[in-house]
Design a binder for this molecule. Sequence first.
Ligand SMILES: [Zn+2]
Length: 608
Amino acid sequence: MTTANPTSSTPQNSQNNLPAWDLSDLYSGMDDPQVNADLEKFKQLNQALSDTYKGKFAAISAADFLQALREVEAVSVLGSKLGVFAYLNMVTRMKDAAAVAFYQNIDEKMTEYAKPAVFFNLEINQLPETKIQELLADPGIAYYKPFLETVRRFKKHELSEPEEQIFLDKSVTSGGAWRRLYDELTAKLVFTVDGKNYNEAEISKLLQDQDPQVREKAGKEFNRVFKENAHILVYIYNMIIKDKAIGDDHRGYDRPVASRNLVNQVDEKALEALTTAVREQYANISHRFYRLKAKWLGVEKLQNWDRNAPLPFCTDKHYSWEESVKIVLEAYERFSPELKKLAEPFFNPEHSWIDVPPRDGKRGGAFAMPLPEQYHPYLMLNFVGKQNDVLTLAHELGHGCHMRLSVTQGELNDETPLTLAEVASVFAEMITFQSLLSQLDDDKDKLCLIASKVNDMINTSLRQIAYHFFESRAHEERKNGEISIERFEQIWKEEITASLGDAVNIDENSISAWPVVSHFYHAPFYVYAYSFADCLVNSLYQVFQEGSVDDFQGKYLTLLSETGVKRYDELLKPFGLDANDPKFWNKGLSLISSYIDELERLDKKLGL
Ligand SMILES: [Zn+2]
């Protein structure tokens, strides 16, 4: 039972006895009469909110406002239950037209039914601060303080109602239209290697092929196709940047990154400390690693398409599902028996909360799905027994445990930003990685495991910051007018070369594909959050290893339970950490460089 066959098709059944999830906790199936009953209830509750409270917040009593908050919370719980069920029911059988239609139907109806309640947040934002403070004096309302703060965080940048309406109406033909054009164009790109056609996801896989010639052909073709479409992709990006700048200008954001920082609840100073620390570590971390990698691949210089190539002397170890669960739970337990207790219910033999094997028609990748407190979170995997699958289980299970903890703050309050959403998962992956490593005796196996981890860490912690520098410069230069294809390529080349170092060759065959980073188009300034989250966890992990904080584990679990209601700076205080200080980020980055020290040591010992 080490691997499951990804091409066999047994939808909704467990394969090779690997568990499939059981959604009966939510509904017994698409034909469960409770689905329609709940949809109807969802519609009525939303309408009732509008009938009872619309236009009345200005003079509302504390008792009525509390009642309104509780009703909104109930609507939110019901909406989550319906929406999550429809989604989970679909993702394991995307080729089942009935399941897809069921999801679309629920989604459309809920969007329609929720419309009458749109006034709720808008009217909260129209309340003067004195009224909010008066309401918050009520202990019942004070419970919802994190929710109210989230709603009011953007108040300062909100425009008048008619202005907001114009922006909303025009968004369909401005930013939204450009993003749609980008999506439609990139989805249709065709890449041809040796007479065979590939889409973007397929050709990306070829870039990780064992055969260097396959990687080279794929890498060059990847770049060629983007270059061929550059005139449109660059135009779209120019428009998206300008569109954002117009909105920012009216809303009073002083810098292009400012609105994203507000969403992420990140201070400009902390971001500056992070990007500076990462840039200073380019040489010590990625340049050093790629020099080693070039040597291992037997070339003087790596090509851009070799960055994620597998090492020729490494073989993937295989793990059964039972072994993997055991490894992960033991790693959790070694860190904290409390954490293991949070994880164990996911493996309840009576009710499976995890969908484990890949199946025909099942979505790729892995995720954890949160649900309100009265339900249990679900995990989706595509487990085939590779070493990476063990780490993915650790990762998603980390999310699952985090969700079980943070949801106790309440359905409306739990608004964990992306920068904190990955703490538990990355940390869990780290303790499991250490555990896997400690079980290996063979030096080459150790080198392979560490090298693959470092490869991932560089892609997340360092590369995303190079992306951030690229988009920062793009938004800055756009202020002076449209940016040409060549100029974008120039900025890209400078930032990428700085991050990768002289062991990687970046030439005209690898500077045109930057528009593949869809976040540049869909969510400007999103990418730094990946690095922020990863580096933050690495710093925390270093503190844990140093043993300098009493009851680290207890404090860590408290941190997880409060990510939705407190900011990162407050959350880090019990650990003596300050994210505005570059030293904080260097602490995390030094973990990666210590792995590279170990790689150099093993490399010498093995005489590779
Ligand atoms: Zn994750």
